[in-house]
Every structure is written in C-alpha cells, then in structure tokens.
Design a protein around this ligand. Sequence first.
Ligand code: NAD
Length: 278
Amino acid sequence: MTDQLVPRVQLNDGFSIPQLGFGVFKVDPGETERIVSDALEVGYRHLDTARIYGNEEGVGRAIAASGIPREELFITTKLWNDDQGTESVRTAFEASRERLGLEYVDLYLIHWPTPARDRYVETWKAFEQLQQTDGLRSIGVSNFLSHHLERLIAETEIVPAVDQIELHPYHQQPATASFAEEHGIAIEAWGPLGQGKYPLFDLPEVTSAAAAHDVTPAQVVIRWHLQRGHILFPKSNSRERMAENFDVLGFELSEDEVAAITGLEREGRVSAHPDEFN
Ligand code: NAD
C-alpha cells in the first residue's frame, strides 16, 4: 500500500493532513532513526514527535536519509510545558526545527494546557506570530478540553487547526470532540490503541468484527478511528506491526460494528487529567 491511498483531512487553515501516521512517543532516541526509517519504508508519510520525546534528531535523520520529497511528508512536533510564554516560544520552535533538520514544520502544537501556569493564551498568541514565518504551516493544541478551547477562541484570533487528545474506545471525550467539530478543529487521537493498557483487543465488539473481516483486532480499532473521522498515528517499534497498522484501507466496518465499538466508552483515561497536569 502507498500513502497515496491514505485519506487526507482538510484543516481549517487550508492545509491538509494524512489521516493515518506514525507516532514516536517512547521511541528510544538511539533507535529512532532505524524505527522511523522502517515506518517510512512501510509507507507512512505523517510523523508525530515532540520536544519532550527527545527523539527529534533521529526523526530528522531518518527523513534526510529517506530521500522522500519534502512535500510528501507531514511532520508534527510540540512545545513542551516549560517553554510556554511569549518570549520562549520562538527559541523553542527554532530548536525543534533545527533538530528535525527541516526548513519548515507542518504542524506545531502546545503539548498541554497546564492551566496552573496560566500561560496558554499568551503562548497561543506567540504561535499566531510564528505562523507568519516561513518555518511553520499549521498550529494547534494538545490535551485541551472544551473549556480551554473556549477560552482560546474568545481571547485570540486564530482557531487551532487540531486538538490532539487521548482518544480510544474506552475514552472518547465526546464533549471535547463535539466542541471541536462545531468550531472546525480536527481531532487527533493519541493513544489510539489505549497504549496497551486495556484489553481492547479481547473485547467481543472488536474480535467479532476482526473475524468478520479477516483482519486483526488492532486493525479493527484503527479502522474504527478512521471511520469516526479521527486523525491517528499508532506507535510500534516492530516493522510487522507498523505494516499491520498501515494495512487498514482494504475493508470497511459496518455502521453497526462502528456503533458497537463507540458504545464501549467508559471514561477510561490512561493519562493525567489536563486540568491537573502542570
Ligand atoms: P498507542 O495507543 O499507539 O499504543 C502503542 C502500544 O500499542 C505499544 O505498546 C505497541 O506495542 C502496541 N501496539 C501497536 N500496534 C499494535 C498491534 N498491531 N498489535 C498489538 N499491539 C500493538 O499509544 P501511543 O504511542 O501512546 O500513542 C500514539 C502516538 O500518539 C504517540 O506515539 C505520540 O506520537 C502521540 N501521543 C501524544 C500524547 C500527547 O500528550 N499529545 C501522549 C501520548 C501519545
């Protein structure tokens, strides 16, 4: 399969993003170049990293070594919490861009709202300035709940292109997702497989669909995300699983199968609460 078949999601700023990509949270910096090179060979063209993952250089080396034309790639990185603030955003962004070795970054996100710092509004205003430069295309946020988005929209000019939130069948964040949809903010699902912390692949709603379509439970969960309209970038260090997770465009879940998985919601958060993580 090639990336040409991966659907693209239209963003509110005129750019578009491949709906399925590859994430590198907890990918060891020493192994990142090899793992990302594998992902690019498998066919992924959308990569999701962050300063705090410590592996931007490895991502950049794999991109440079691949020879893939820059315009075929979509690269996201994120501003870490202690770099929030008017003065620090530009320096932090330039450092990330240099570590990635890129002339421009496709998407830059505020990683967490960290409300106790109360700096996400001024940070977002600095993002708006940064977007005027040649080094950056789209700007967005991560782990913002609807009340954080509401404040941002009220106090600043630009509506975020995306909100990257924890989202899997046990934790679908319907309030934030529907607020985002109403305001033209695309939803990116992080931890789309529940980070392996829940037995999602053993649930009958998932295994019965897997049997019906002759695919794996992981492929069913990824397909559920795609049909729900989420952008996602499941992570795996294994090339076999990278290929498995990318091979999800040759079948379609029925409406009932999608609804059964959507019915699994139970507020099963695996991460910190965005109001409490600072
Ligand atoms: P994930 O839900 O993608 O789960 C990864 C786990 O699932 C790994 O342990 C892997 O071994 C396992 N797995 C992957 N494919 C499998 C398969 N086919 N069969 C069985 N097991 C499989 O979790 P994640 O990596 O945390 O999330 C994906 C990406 O989201 C990250 O890499 C990162 O880019 C992003 N992320 C963002 C934030 C944020 O705060 N913005 C937080 C966490 C992750």
